[in-house]
Design a protein around this ligand. Structure first.
Ligand code: 5AD
Ligand code: SF4
Length: 455
């Protein structure tokens, strides 16, 4: 049965409900806010469960096989969820799997109605509408240069925070990584466009922005032949927004002027995500990472010299094909030497179509697991050490809500992106302070958060 409740051209989804689930990276979180914005502008209302939704949207990730399998399982299982309002639920799959698989996705999951690629977000409402009107599945994954998602309507997950995409794509072709084949070549947004958006966000009272890009600090290479990320940082530094963050940086493009800009502007938060991937030169070469351990440690030294109290986080891949115990020991050594506040650890996942997928990979599962656990121990130790370092300080905390376990405890983020808990003062309502920056005296610390008292 077809939906017939199309209200008007302006609000083609009026009267419908939607639910969405997002996998993967911050790019998808940003896209999810645009999806919500577009659907709500088209008249659809958000609901909390898929059971109540006329439209279900999945934003997907294909960086590792596990996330891909999980998505496939979830989409397959919703076939059994009864439709609401007597009309077939519209299921739309976008993001990286949508882009990569295109029409093939429907061979496995024939109940999917709309497949849209990473470049086609802006057409989602049209695609849903066309599916409703024609009854035919819609697939759009063509690489169109239709601008940046920032031009689309938005409903922010956190009203005080804005994602600001400044570039997309990747030209690096790390041998394990599928991203360059999915997100395409590096494409930077014009600096005027970024400047305008920053001004609009500051005027709107946005407290925190995160500059986004697959290689955020390579910004501008496609436009100017060299990275000009430091210029974007300077604009953000002068924007009047309280907190500026950025992800993800590639070590090879971390230029001295970028470090200088980070040190110069107090609203650029003292936190840097700098993926190491491996602490073995042999493996880094096989990964095509274009830096050595020495160069990476040199960058860490330069960053810490300019911003002594900075917190570093990283990504590590365990079990890249051919990784020996000695290679892995190299990773442990670098991890110990740097002392990361946060470490994201991934077991290597073979991605068809990438160069590394052709390398014979026969690492026993137990070895991978054992390496994962050794790294896990180090990660916990260094997170705890970094958190304990804050004890006794009074720090500014951006309030994000209440603790999951206790509604009387406020939860927020420190400048270094640590979670901070503090008892709400008598008579204080969380709704009155959410999105504001409050001073907290840190009394104690665990691996996962700081505990303090409102000052
Ligand atoms: N297997 C495991 N981890 C991967 N990553 C990217 N590709 C793979 C893969 N094939 C990790 C990298 C990257 C992070 C986003 O995901 O560490 O920095
Ligand atoms: Fe993937 Fe490497 Fe590009 Fe990051 S820099 S998206 S890991 S190819």
């Amino acid at each position: 049965m077809q939906q017939t409740n199309i209200a008007s051209e302006d609000r083609p989804l009026a009267g419908m409900t939607y639910w969405q689930r997002t996998f993967g990276c911050q790019m998808n979180e940003n896209d999810a806010e645009r999806v919500a914005g577009m659907l709500e502008e088209a008249g659809a209302l958000p609901v909390l469960t898929i059971e109540d939704a006329d439209i279900a949207i999945f934003l997907t990730c294909c960086v590792r096989e596990k996330a891909e399998l999980r998505l496939m399982g979830q989409v397959a299982s919703i076939k059994n969820v009864p439709d609401v309002h007597g009309a077939k639920r519209i299921i739309a799959v976008g993001g990286c799997i949508g882009q990569l698989d295109g029409p093939d996705l429907r061979e496995e999951l024939s109940h999917v109605d709309v497949v849209f690629g990473t470049h086609n977000l802006g057409h989602l409402v049209d695609l849903i509408e066309r599916r409703i009107v024609t009854g035919e599945p819609q697939v759009e994954t063509i690489e169109v240069n239709d601008g940046f998602a920032s031009d689309l309507p938005v409903r922010r997950a956190k009203p005080w925070h804005a994602w600001v995409p400044i570039m997309t794509g990747c030209d690096n072709f790390c041998t394990y990584c599928i991203v360059p084949y999915v997100r395409g070549r590096e494409m930077s947004r014009s600096i005027d466009d970024i400047e305008n958006e920053l001004a609009t966000l500051a005027d709107a009272g946005i407290r925190e922005i995160t500059l986004l890009g697959q290689n955020v600090n390579s910004y501008g290479r496609d436009l100017y032949g060299e990275p000009r990320f430091a210029q974007v940082l300077a604009l953000a530094g002068k924007s009047g927004v309280d907190r500026v963050r950025f992800v993800t940086s590639h070590p090879k493009d971390l230029l001295p002027e970028t470090i200088e800009a980070m040190a110069e502007y107090p609203n650029i938060m003292p936190q840097l995500h700098l993926p190491l991937q491996s602490g073995s030169d042999r493996i880094l070469r096989a990964m095509n990472r274009s830096y050595t351990v020495e160069r990476y440690l040199g960058l860490v030294h330069d960053v810490r010299e300019a911003i002594p109290d900075i917190s570093l986080s990283t990504d590590i891949i365990i079990g890249f094909p051919g990784e020996t115990e000695e290679d892995f020991q190299g990773t442990l050594d670098v991890v110990k030497e740097v002392g990361y506040g946060q470490m994201f650890r991934f077991i290597y996942s073979k991605r068809p179509g990438t160069p590394a997928a052709t390398i014979v990979d026969d690492m026993p599962r137990e070895v991978l697991q054992e390496r994962f656990e050794r790294l896990e121990c180090l990660a916990q130790e260094s997170s705890l050490a970094e958190n304990e370092h804050e004890i006794g300080k009074t720090i500014p905390v951006l309030v994000e809500g209440v603790s999951k376990r206790d509604a009387g405890i406020l939860a927020g983020k420190s400048p270094k992106l640590q979670t901070v808990h503090a008892q709400l003062a008598d008579g204080m309502r969380i709704d009155d302070v959410i999105g504001s920056i409050m001073a907290v005296h840190v009394d104690s610390a665990t691996t996962n958060y700081l505990q303090g008292t409102l000052v």
